[in-house]
Design a protein around this ligand. Structure first.
Ligand code: ADP
Ligand code: MG
Length: 328
């Protein structure tokens, strides 16, 4: 069967049939709008991300199932960075006629598998034809108590800066994909990132963090967002930036500066956050309970909203590039 046999409404029915319902969803796919009911006293948090073919992804790099997973994961990462529990999402697709129904079925299977894993339900969206590439837009909804929501703007002088996991792998993976590699942990981290949902919620609900962001534009750029919105500066300790074994082995072979992908590469979907120094041990404890590695990489200071990167020898390190910007 082809998409043209099913038509727009047949395709939507096919999606609806694959979706499980959830108690917070009052109205799901099939009406003009969906309705969800957050728990009493909770805020609804909403976030949206687009994935455009040849801007964010290349069809030849990924199988559709993995692309479906990633399209949801990047939104879950944004909710995690606010400390929100994900509950529901909307999916809009612009589909070129070069895409088969089998491709779409696999894409949906991957996305709904990811949704199940995090207990989140598809409640609606939009479907149309595309004269260009495949365009995917996901809008995710989460909830959290107002006093537990974590903003970018709360970093204070003296706070410690932490990052989960390792950085630079996704950018390394993309570079390897461009060179024809299809396997390895860095490639997988680019194609199928793991959003830090549990860790984000745990940090927020334990009131351990003053600010938080997910690393999507690159460590320096995303730290820059925290600094700008908090009106503070920061020192980053280059020697403490967490790098994976694969990164340490391969990055130097691909780039002149071994730190450039780790500092400026995007799409790691790790959590970057600040905490007051007296909560340091509790941060380590909380992350270990979530099975997530965490590194102390610097400190917030009261200066200009600028990052000073310091090497292990105590000299200042000047990066070549500061992060990803669509219009730069
Ligand atoms: P309208 O014409 O009012 O925009 P549509 O025909 O576009 O309605 O959509 C019908 C129903 O199907 C709506 O509930 C909408 O949310 C849902 N829907 C459309 N496309 C998708 C999709 N890709 N994924 C999930 N639900 C969808
Ligand atoms: Mg519509």
């Amino acid at each position: 069967m082809r998409l043209s046999d099913l038509g727009e409404f047949g395709f939507i029915d096919r999606i609806a049939a694959a979706v499980k319902n959830a108690p917070s969803v009052v109205i799901s796919i099939g009406d003009d709008a969906a309705a969800v009911k957050p728990k009493p006293g909770y805020l609804s948090l909403l976030t949206s991300d687009m994935l455009i073919e040849e801007v964010h992804f290349t069809r030849a790099h990924s199988d559709p199932r993995t692309l479906g997973r990633k399209s949801l994961s990047v939104n879950l990462s944004d909710l995690a960075a606010m400390g929100a529990n994900p509950s529901a999402f909307l999916l809009s697709l612009a589909i070129p006629d070069t895409i088969s129904l089998e491709y779409l079925d696999n894409f949906m299977a991957g996305m709904l598998e990811r949704a199940d894993q995090f207990g989140i339900t598809l409640i609606g969206g939009d479907t149309c034809a595309s004269k260009g590439g495949l365009a995917i837009s996901v809008t995710a909804i989460g909830e959290q108590l107002p006093e537990r929501v974590v903003r970018r703007s709360g970093a204070k002088q003296g706070d410690l800066i932490f990052v989960t996991g390792t950085v630079g792998d996704s950018a390394l993976g993309l570079e390897l994909l461009r060179r024809g590699d299809r396997t390895g942990t860095a490639v997988m981290r680019h194609l199928d990132p793991e959003p830090r949902v549990k860790a984000g919620i745990a940090l927020a609900e334990s009131a351990l963090v003053t600010s938080m962001i997910d690393v999507s534009d690159g460590l320096l750029a995303d730290l820059g967002h925290i600094l700008k919105q908090s009106g503070v500066g920061a020192r980053l300790d280059l020697g403490n930036i967490p790098l994976s074994d694969e990164y340490s082995r391969q990055a130097t072979l691909l780039t002149e500066d071994p730190f450039s992908l780790a500092l400026s590469g995007g799409e790691d979907y790790e959590l970057l956050f600040t905490s007051p120094p007296h909560l340091k041990d509790q941060v380590y404890c909380c992350m270990s309970a979530c099975n997530v590695a965490v590194s102390l990489i610097g400190e917030i200071n009261g200066g200009e909203p600028r990052v000073a990167i310091v090497t292990a020898e105590g000299t200042e390190y000047l990066p070549q590039k500061r992060g990803f910007n669509h219009f730069a």
